[in-house]
Design a protein around this ligand. Structure first.
Ligand SMILES: *[C@@H]1O[C@H](CO)[C@@H](O)[C@H](O)[C@H]1NC(C)=O
Ligand SMILES: *[C@@H]1O[C@H](CO)[C@@H](O)[C@H](O)[C@H]1NC(C)=O
Ligand SMILES: *[C@@H]1O[C@H](CO)[C@@H](O)[C@H](O)[C@H]1NC(C)=O
Ligand SMILES: *[C@@H]1O[C@H](CO)[C@@H](O)[C@H](O)[C@H]1NC(C)=O
Ligand SMILES: *[C@@H]1O[C@H](CO)[C@@H](O)[C@H](O)[C@H]1NC(C)=O
Ligand SMILES: *[C@@H]1O[C@H](CO)[C@@H](O)[C@H](O)[C@H]1NC(C)=O
Ligand SMILES: *[C@@H]1O[C@H](CO)[C@@H](O)[C@H](O)[C@H]1NC(C)=O
Ligand SMILES: *[C@@H]1O[C@H](CO)[C@@H](O)[C@H](O)[C@H]1NC(C)=O
Ligand SMILES: *[C@@H]1O[C@H](CO)[C@@H](O)[C@H](O)[C@H]1NC(C)=O
Length: 485
């Protein structure tokens, strides 16, 4: 699109030639953030900077504007949309990496995976040694080609990354115009910025074309969160639907040389001193590792004292783990609905009768991950399970990295509210304590490193938009209020 270039020239001079100013109808959304992001305003304070975008190029340009703005998204914007309007596939990223004769354009993901198989490469090398062909190829050349794959991968990864990544800037609202608004295969990232709203959007994470395997057959290190926050503050993500593909269905890993290729990273991952975030009224569906809050020990110093999150009114719909996983911060887990098929072996309680298997899905592992030094306030939440172990509560929590009794994690279960599992009251205090006891007994946690108590846990000091005291109320509220409008 030639006008994209014209607009780029405009951007340097503070003009907004290519962007459409929007003053049409707006979605009916409450403009009152709450929880830890209550002080955020997004782009609302600048009524003279309201834009509408429907292409990736326009979205990227609008997102870069160095002042307070609101960007409405009209329809579906595809992360693989090239400037000429055509859609890239994985081979496109390879074919456009570097210059025309770049060696890295010989990258081939199948060969990259095959090259990890030492039995296979030994056979190729033996054929080369013997001056024979291998699978109809010149074995000497093939061996050489296999040996370069790992080195070429980062350069083709960079091509996909720059295509599908959309960087937000300070003081921005990004809002879907209606339920057709979607960022399809886009990695929205917030890096060292402040004051952002992301609302009323389908947020579909990009499938990583070239993920790196970890342990055979199914552990992968894929890139591209649907939304990623690094060292960012005052962020409100509300009324969005986060998922693996536009249809909302789970993406079954593909098989390649015995590997089950999982091309998805987190849906909402936050790290490195991020603070004051409210994640509310979202639907998180059909995903494996959904919300990672706290990037790990290496970030402890930057996270401790920060990482305040309000997780309110969300629907975790077949989200197999990390709902969320929590490290180092303070987490208010209130009024969320968890619906899922529980086919995972109970950890410490008697199993109920095994039922028929459900549809292909990510295999459920756990909901609330209490990790290193986190403070988790659990209010009324509703758990609705089907599957072989629908009444098992042993995986509502998990405990990990619990090694420091002198700096314990805390699970504070609100005594004024009642969570439910399939409509029955569930004693979350008891379940949390039983989980801790189980991990201690297994030698996977140190006694005293997770305390199930509200002693020493400060009140959030804010009010939620609505206080729901029972799981039943939560279920109704979430079904009525989560997701796009
Ligand atoms: C508001 O938007 C205009 C563009 O319409 C921009 O020039 C101005 O700097 C913005 N104001 C603030 C406070 O960001
Ligand atoms: C949204 O896009 C459709 C075409 O896909 C167009 O007809 C409509 O005018 C656009 N709306 C706005 C507000 O830009
Ligand atoms: C990648 O390698 C596989 C296995 O040799 C082959 O089938 C496929 O055609 C190759 N892809 C390209 C684009 O060359
Ligand atoms: C590795 O390659 C050998 C030889 O082609 C094959 O028999 C084996 O199944 C492969 N291993 C895996 C884990 O795919
Ligand atoms: C295989 O390729 C190498 C390097 O290009 C070449 O020296 C050799 O002659 C080839 N072998 C056969 C059998 O064609
Ligand atoms: C964001 O907006 C606030 C309030 O309008 C302003 O004080 C601040 O400087 C802005 N930040 C940036 C980086 O423009
Ligand atoms: C955002 O604002 C902060 C100050 O609040 C500033 O340090 C940072 O550079 C800004 N980031 C961008 C991307 O403009
Ligand atoms: C986070 O919000 C609290 C008030 O709830 C405020 O005291 C603190 O300064 C905020 N932190 C950042 C980094 O904005
Ligand atoms: C927990 O965090 C502390 C830093 O506060 C670190 O020293 C320790 O290794 C972490 N423990 C685990 C098991 O990751």
């Amino acid at each position: 699109m030639w006008f994209t270039t014209a607009w780029l020239l405009g951007a340097c001079c503070g003009l907004t030639l290519g962007l459409d100013i929007y003053d049409g109808p707006k979605p009916d959304l409450s403009d009152t953030p709450f929880g830890y992001a209550a002080a955020s305003t997004g782009g609302t304070t600048n009524v003279s900077a309201v834009y509408v975008v429907s292409t990736l190029a326009d979205l990227k340009e609008a997102a870069e504007l160095p002042y307070t703005k609101t960007i409405y998204v009209n329809g579906t914007i595809h992360g693989n949309e090239l400037d000429d309007g055509s859609m890239a596939d994985c081979q496109t990223y390879i074919d456009t990496t570097g210059s025309d004769n770049s060696a890295s354009r010989q990258f081939n993901f199948t060969l990259y995976i095959l090259a990890f198989n030492e039995t296979y490469t030994a056979l190729v090398d033996a054929a080369a040694e013997a001056g024979e062909t291998f699978e109809g190829r010149n074995a000497t050349e093939y061996s050489e080609l296999l040996s370069h794959q790992n080195g070429w991968r980062p350069t083709v990864v960079a091509t996909q990354k720059s295509q599908v990544g959309v960087r937000l800037t300070n003081n921005t609202s990004l809002v879907g115009l209606d339920t057709s608004a979607a960022l399809d295969g886009i990695n929205l990232y917030l890096s060292s910025i402040d004051n952002v709203w992301v609302r009323n959007l389908k947020l579909v994470s990009p499938a990583d074309c070239f993920p790196a395997p970890e342990t055979f057959p199914s552990s992968w290190n894929a890139e591209y969160d649907a939304v990623g926050l690094v060292t960012s503050t005052n962020v409100w993500v509300d009324g969005c639907e986060l998922q693996d593909q536009l249809s909302g269905e789970y993406v079954v890993p593909d098989e390649l040389d015995g590997w089950q290729v999982d091309r998805f990273d987190g849906l909402f991952d936050c790290e490195d001193g991020t603070d004051n975030v409210t994640f509310s009224h979202n639907i998180v569906r059909n995903h494996h590792k959904s919300l990672l809050i706290g990037g790990g020990t290496k970030e402890a110093d930057r996270d401790l004292g920060k990482m305040h999150f309000t997780i309110f009114g969300n629907h975790f719909d077949s989200s197999a783990s990390r709902n969320p996983l929590m490290r180092f911060g303070t987490f208010d887990i209130a009024s969320n609905l968890y619906s899922y098929a529980n086919d995972a072996e109970p950890l410490f309680e008697a199993a109920v009768e095994r039922r028929a298997d459900g549809p292909a899905d990510a295999v459920f592992q756990y909901h609330l991950g209490v990790y290193n030094q986190s403070t988790v306030h659990v209010r009324a939440n509703a758990f609705v399970a089907t599957g072989a172990y629908a009444t098992d509560a042993s995986r509502l929590f998990t405990v990990s990295e619990a090694t420091l009794p002198e700096r314990p994690a805390h699970v504070c279960v609100d005594s004024a509210s009642t969570s439910t599992l399939n409509g029955e009251a569930v004693d979350m205090d008891m379940v949390a304590q039983a989980t801790v006891d189980y991990f201690v007994e297994e030698g996977r946690a140190v006694e005293g490193a997770v305390l199930v108590t509200c002693d020493g846990v400060a009140d959030e000091g804010y009010e939620l938009p609505v206080v729901l005291a029972s799981g039943e109320d939560v279920e109704q509220y979430v079904l009525a209020n989560a997701g796009q409008v």
